[in-house]
Every structure is written in structure tokens, then in C-alpha cells.
Design a protein around this ligand. Structure first.
Ligand SMILES: [Zn+2]
Ligand SMILES: [Zn+2]
Length: 139
């Protein structure tokens, strides 16, 4: 699906900058921060400001086109994958990994919502990732 249409389905008015930011999110599944996206896109779009990137990402999150992750208090991250999944933050290298959501969280989403409409579920795990664990074992 082309990105212009995709943004429209979320009621977001597509602009060249918004499409570029969405494209970056969908092609970089590393849960980038606004700063990271700004630094990467600013090279080809010198008129793009950091504020625009942040506001666009917030807009995406508000419209359900992206997820806003607050797993790392110091660094808000964004995810173009809006399907329900959990996130794991490595305290050593700071990388965020995708993990399947625990079945209890899915249950809450599906039936135990007590009449509330749940539109977002955040599952955060923290620890040390497998790559960092390898380094620890070598020492
Ligand atoms: Zn790590
Ligand atoms: Zn994710």
C-alpha cells in the first residue's frame, strides 16, 4: 500500500515530510527516537526541523498509525509496527527488541476490559539482551 493512502486511512493529511517520516519508521524496525529520525532525514531534507519530526510522530501515535514507546524514560521511541506486541529494553546497550505479548495481556485486550475500549496495550520488559549476555559470559 502506498504511504500517502496509508496516512489517509489514519486521517492524517499526507505531506512529503510526513510520508518520509512514516517511511523511515516502516523501514527501520529499531524503535527509533525522534532525534534519530531527525538526524537521518535532515541530510536529505534540510528544511525539516526537530520539532516537526517530534510533532509528526506524536500525531502518528495519536491517530494510531504508530506506537509511542515510553519504556526508556529518558528517550521516547516510536514504532511503525502497531500490531500488539511487547517490548524489551536492554539496560546495557539500550536497544529495544520486539517480543510476543503474553497471553494474559491479550486476554485483557479481548475480554476483560470491563466495558472500556482498549486501543493500546503496552507491555514493557527490561533486562539484558542476548547479545550483551554473550559479552558478559566472555569476561
Ligand atoms: Zn544489550
Ligand atoms: Zn515494536
Amino acid at each position: 500500500m502506498d504511504l500517502y493512502k496509508q496516512l489517509l486511512t489514519y486521517n492524517i493529511k499526507p505531506s512529503i515530510q510526513r510520508v518520509a517520516i512514516m517511511n523511515y519508521l516502516l523501514t527501520h524496525r529499531t524503535h527509533p527516537s525522534a532525534d534519530e529520525i531527525f538526524l537521518k532525514l535532515n541530510k536529505s531534507m534540510p528544511t525539516l526541523s526537530k520539532t516537526t519530526v517530534y510533532n509528526t510522530l506524536k500525531l502518528f501515535a495519536e491517530h494510531g498509525a504508530a506506537l509511542m514507546l515510553t519504556i526508556d524514560e529518558k528517550n521516547v521511541c516510536f514504532d511503525g509496527d502497531t500490531s500488539p506486541h511487547a517490548h524489551f529494553l536492554c539496560k546495557k546497550c539500550g536497544k529495544i527488541y520486539d517480543l510476543p505479548m503474553a497471553s494474559s495481556a491479550k486476554e485483557v485486550m479481548e475480554m476483560k476490559s470491563d466495558g472500556h475500549l482498549i486501543t493500546e496495550v503496552h507491555n514493557y520488559y527490561k533486562g539484558i539482551c542476548k547479545n550483551c549476555l554473550k559479552d558478559i559470559n566472555i569476561d
